[in-house]
Design a protein around this ligand. Sequence first.
Ligand code: PD2
Ligand code: ZN
Length: 282
Amino acid sequence: MTQSITPELRQWITEQARADADPERVLHSLVSTGWQQEVVLAEMRRIWRDFHEERTLDGQFPKAKVPDPLPEGGIPSTLWAGDREVRVLGALRRPRVVLFGDLLAPEECEELIELARPRLQRSTAVQVDTGGSAVHDARTSDGMFFKRGENSLCQRIETRLSALLGWPVENGEGLQILHYGPGAEYKPHYDYFDPREKGTPKILQRGGQRVATIVMYLNDPKMGGGTTFPNVNFEVAPVRGNAVFFNYERPHESSLTLHGGAPVVEGEKWIATKWMREREFV
Ligand code: PD2
Ligand code: ZN
């Protein structure tokens, strides 16, 4: 009969790998206590490979401190954001994704749209080679940026987000407003800046890496326009006043934060996006 690995054994093997134990000795001691060699060897290979990958990542893409609005040990139904009770609608652990309800009042959504509307331009995306920005096929929306603290509405929302996420207002980029008409989309991408790209050092001068994103929905598209997370087969329905938050410790695919704006099928879609940096964004 084939033995099966117990959680305790897996834990013990993991501790050995973490302590850099000699795998030959680990295997020998397990076999001498009655474990079948092929069973423990398969498990040891998995655990040692994961450790090796993690170490390589630690060397090349070190982890940053990131905001995480949820406390350890349980999901609250609401969070107090300084001036407003925000509903917690759901969460994923890996990647860390949190869905919020009632983050923005309907009037705040309307006001953001009306302040942004006259200033919209065809959206640009950061150009990875130069660190500048340019119009891009992957992003068929119109958009604009508010400066941080540009008006009292931006200030109120920024202060609320800072309280909700436990991250300084100063580390936030200005709010970005995007408008998608029918058929417009934002193809899947990562929001962090790829350290392997030539233009990244210049971008990082303004406050380090992006470490988290919050996308706030300002209206209800009739059909389509969800925010998708292809790595984990997850899609968030755009609902006015709701928001999706996600963070990324490493600027690497292993963060599983590939995400996109699905094409709007019917109606239009308005969002406000806030990106959080490691340090003060200047
Ligand atoms: O519109 C969205 O849902 C969306 C999707 C992916 C927005 C962004 N990314 C973004 O603003 O970065
Ligand atoms: Zn994005």
